[in-house]
Each structure stands twice: as structure tokens, then as C-alpha cells.
Design a protein around this ligand. Structure first.
Ligand SMILES: Nc1ncnc2c1ncn2[C@@H]1O[C@H](COP(=O)(O)OP(=O)(O)OP(=O)(O)O)[C@@H](O)[C@H]1O
Ligand SMILES: [Mg+2]
Length: 452
């Protein structure tokens, strides 16, 4: 095949080197091999490689991960794939954070590697095209529409800017209404894929039978009711971003299918025979505690690793109350304009209630409350009495009073963990055992509730 691609294979085992070189001979015009990091760098500098495949474990004091970093320092546009022993997926994830495009686990499956290499080279070609396109576009500037001044949100913005223009999969975690979809859109808008489609699919809302067809499409007559061919989300999002919302809701079988597509970059329509290429940046989101779902076996950890290359955690609104005044002002102005009302303000006391409220529905709830107030209150200054009862501290008093379920459950959970920690003298393994959860989940919850 003459495609102009040059591949460098780096592995200390001669058999592995020659096996891979042979197996991949058809994928590139030139394949060279190296056994050490130094040899690899020499060859890399002397040649013109688009793809480097490197074993993580290499002799000497520098490993394959460092090689990936060094190569990207020299030529950031180089695509890298690392090979890692089975069971060390974390290393591979680390590699992807350092800029590797993909990873392969040993023992090596040549067919799978061929597909992964084809996908990597395709990616390389697209990146080159994208770079050209981007040079012609103006700087995207501020992250539009997302409000947040607290340190945690500033961190989220920084992450968005850093990863928007890569193809790394992003996994967004946050409670309902914290802005997960907004962030997914920002990632798309700030990427060189922004002229392509943004396709959002809510996987939680789909019955199992429709899910496959929704994701991969179907051929005419592939099942009752399939009266014509229909492209799925993977097809529709080509050249753009695919947002998989409520990803943790999908059944086990679909998790396997999805993992396969992410690994190979290929899929088939339901009832179809043609292998189609996927070319979408994947962003997924959940409002669940993924670690818990992995621990109890409902969500596959290998799929999670694939999706979670760049994790973005959005804190609940009650964990960043300093953002509330800004959000209030933003939505107040927005809805006053939209509904043709004169500008409004909140009395100090009302502002106190707003900043102290529990906001179980997060920013979405705040937005809805602002719209309701703009429409229903005619005073220029909105006083605390005008605020809906759901916001007043009375409605969430502890003893017997009504309060949002999330809050009640969390308070009970926090108490239980605190008591168990005390009983076990802060011994984490014992505490986890007593609570019937994994140590990882315990750690997560300790951090979350600040129980250090
Ligand atoms: N930081 C923010 N700044 C401005 N608007 C926000 C912010 N966060 C959320 N919103 C707004 O709040 C609403 C809910 O946001 P979004 O739909 O992105 O939440 P979500 O996390 O996807 O929720 P769910 O889990 O229920 O799907 C939207 O109208 C969104 O524009
Ligand atoms: Mg959403």
C-alpha cells in the first residue's frame, strides 16, 4: 500500500519487533524498529514518522511513556500508540494523558492492532487537515455561556481549554443540572471539529432494543418496523462530537459493543455487513457515582478507562456557593431582557437566602427560579418573601421537616461514614468492610464529604 505513512516500532523483544513489523507491513510504506529509547530517538530524528508504537517497558532509565513525551516535544503532531501488559491499564491511561493516541494490551492480537493502527493513521491525516483549517479560524476566546468564578470551575475551564482541541475522550461527572451538556458543547465549539456536527444522545432514555439501532443505525428490514435504512449517532457525528449522555445506564451487552467500537474505530449498522469508520470525538457524562457502579459490576471498568481519559468533575452548586451571585445576576438579566421586563435586583436578605439555599437541582433549578421570578414579580427590588418556599432554610430543617431527598440521603450517609470511621479508629479497610463498600468508594466519599 502506498499511503506515505512511516511507522516506528519500539520494543526490546526482537520477536515482538519483527512480528509487529511483519503484521503491519500492509498498513504503511515504511516500517522501522528500535530496541531502546535512545535508538528510537535517533531513528525518529533521522526519519519522518507519523506513527510510533512503543512498549511501555523498555530497558534503561527511560520508559515508553517518556519516549512518548520526548517525541511529542520534538514533533507534537506525531501519533503514538503504547503497548502495555494486561492488567496495567492505568499505565496506558497515563500514556494517553501524555499524548498517546491509543493503547494495545499484551498478548497482542494482530487483527485488532491492524485496526487500531488504521484508526491512528486516519486520525493523523484528519489532524493535519484540522490544523490547516484552524489556522484559518480566529481564536475561540472565552468559554461562552458557562458562568463560574470559584476555583473548581476555573479549573474546569482550564481543562476544557487544554483538551478541547485534542481528540481525547472526555468523561463529565456531576449532579443533575450542573451543566454537563453545556460543557460538552463548549468542548465541541472550541475544537477544530466545531464546523462538524454535535450529536447528543440520551442513553438513559432508550429502551434496550432501540439503543443499538440508535447508536449504530440499521439497514432496511433488519427488524420489524425498520422500513428504511437509518444512520445511527456514530454515523451522524462524523467529523464532529458525539455526546453520550447518561452513559452508565446502558446494559452490559451494549457496553461491550461500545468498547469494541471505541477500540477499533469501526462499526456496522444493525443488520448490515459493511464496516463503517467512526470519526467522532466522544464526550460522555453521568450523574452517578461511577466507582460504585464499577464496584458492584454494573459498569465495565475497561469501558470506563476508555471513556475517562480526561475526567471533568463538576461540583454541585451547594459546594461552590460563591458562584451563586454571579449566576443569579446572569439569569436575572437574561430573563428580564427575554421577557421584556425592566431590570430587577434582589434585596440583600433575598440574596442571602439564594446563596444559602440547598439547590438540589443545581444551576438548572436556579435558572428556573429566576425565570419564574422575572415573570411573576413586578417589584423592581425582589424581597426574600417573594422567593419560593423551596429555597427557604425552614423547608430543609433537620427534625421532621421536609427537605430534598438528595440532601437527606447525603446527610445520613455522611453520618454513617463518620460513625463507622470512629468505631474503626479511622482504619479505612475496616471502615469500608463495616459499611459494606469498597475502600475506593470509601475514599471517594471521604473526600467528597471532607471527612479527613
Ligand atoms: N455554569 C453555568 N453557567 C451558565 N449556565 C449553566 C451553568 N451550568 C448549567 N447551566 C444551565 O443550566 C441548565 C442545565 O444544564 P445542563 O443541561 O448542561 O445540565 P446537566 O448536567 O446536563 O443536567 P442533567 O444531568 O440533568 O442532564 C442549562 O440551561 C444550562 O445552560
Ligand atoms: Mg444533561
Amino acid at each position: 500500500m502506498s499511503n506515505g505513512f512511516h511507522i516506528l516500532i519500539v520494543d526490546d523483544e526482537p520477536n515482538m519487533r519483527s512480528g509487529l513489523a511483519k503484521g503491519l507491513a500492509k498498513e504503511a510504506d515504511l516500517i522501522e524498529t528500535a530496541g531502546t529509547v535512545n535508538e528510537a530517538l535517533d531513528k525518529f530524528d533521522a526519519g519522518n514518522f507519523q506513527l510510533v508504537i512503543a512498549d511501555v517497558r523498555l530497558p534503561g532509565d527511560r520508559d515508553g511513556l517518556e519516549l512518548v513525551s520526548l517525541i511529542h516535544e520534538r514533533k507534537p503532531e506525531t501519533t503514538a500508540i503504547v503497548i502495555t501488559a494486561h492488567g496495567t491499564v492505568e499505565t496506558a491511561v497515563d500514556a494517553m494523558r501524555r499524548g498517546a493516541f491509543d493503547f494495545i494490551t499484551k498478548p497482542v492480537d494482530l487483527n485488532l492492532i491492524r485496526q487500531q493502527v488504521a484508526k491512528a493513521l486516519n486520525h493523523h491525516r484528519l489532524q493535519a487537515e484540522n490544523r490547516e483549517l484552524k489556522d484559518r479560524l480566529a481564536d475561540a476566546g472565552e468559554i461562552s455561556g458557562i458562568i463560574g468564578n470559584c476555583a473548581a470551575m476555573q479549573d474546569v475551564f482550564l481543562q476544557i481549554r487544554q483538551v478541547a482541541d485534542t481528540d481525547a475522550t472526555v468523561f463529565i461527572q456531576g449532579e443533575s443540572g450542573t451543566g454537563k451538556e453545556l460543557i460538552a458543547r463548549a468542548l465541541h465549539d472550541l475544537s477544530s471539529r466545531s464546523s462538524g456536527p454535535f450529536v447528543a444522545v440520551n442513553l438513559g432514555a432508550l429502551p434496550e432494543t432501540l439503543l443499538e439501532s440508535e447508536l449504530f443505525g440499521h439497514e432496511k428490514g433488519s427488524f420489524t418496523g425498520a422500513s428504511r435504512q437509518k444512520p445511527g449517532c456514530f454515523e451522524q457525528s462524523r467529523g464532529g462530537t458525539l455526546f453520550l449522555d447518561e452513559i452508565t445506564e446502558i446494559p452490559a451487552k451494549s457496553q461491550v459493543d461500545l468498547l469494541r467500537v471505541l477500540e477499533t474505530g469501526q462499526f456496522m449498522r444493525v443488520g448490515g455487513e459493511e464496516l463503517l469508520e467512526s470519526d467522532a470525538r466522544i464526550v460522555s457524562a453521568t450523574n452517578k457515582d461511577v466507582q460504585e457502579l464499577i464496584d458492584d459490576g454494573t459498569f465495565r471498568d475497561d469501558l470506563y478507562y476508555r471513556l475517562n481519559i480526561v475526567p471533568i468533575q463538576i461540583p454541585a452548586l451547594r459546594e461552590r456557593r460563591e458562584d451563586i451571585p454571579m449566576l443569579v445576576e446572569h439569569f436575572l438579566n437574561h430573563f428580564c431582557q427575554r421577557h421584556n421586563r425592566p431590570p430587577r435586583k434582589f434585596a440583600d436578605e433575598a440574596m442571602h437566602v439564594l446563596t444559602a439555599a440547598a439547590w438540589p437541582g443545581n444551576v438548572r433549578q436556579l435558572r428556573n427560579v429566576m425565570e419564574r421570578l422575572v415573570v411573576t414579580v413586578t417589584d423592581d427590588i425582589i424581597t426574600a418573601e417573594r422567593l419560593p418556599a423551596e429555597l427557604h432554610p425552614m423547608s430543609r430543617s433537620t427534625s421532621g421537616g421536609v427537605r430534598p431527598l438528595v440532601e437527606a440521603t447525603e446527610a445520613a450517609e455522611k453520618d454513617a461514614i463518620q460513625a463507622a470511621l470512629a468505631a474503626a479508629n479511622c482504619h479505612r479497610e475496616e471502615t469500608a468492610k463495616a459499611l459494606g463498600i469498597s475502600v475506593r468508594t470509601l475514599h471517594y466519599k471521604i473526600n467528597r464529604y471532607g471527612l479527613h
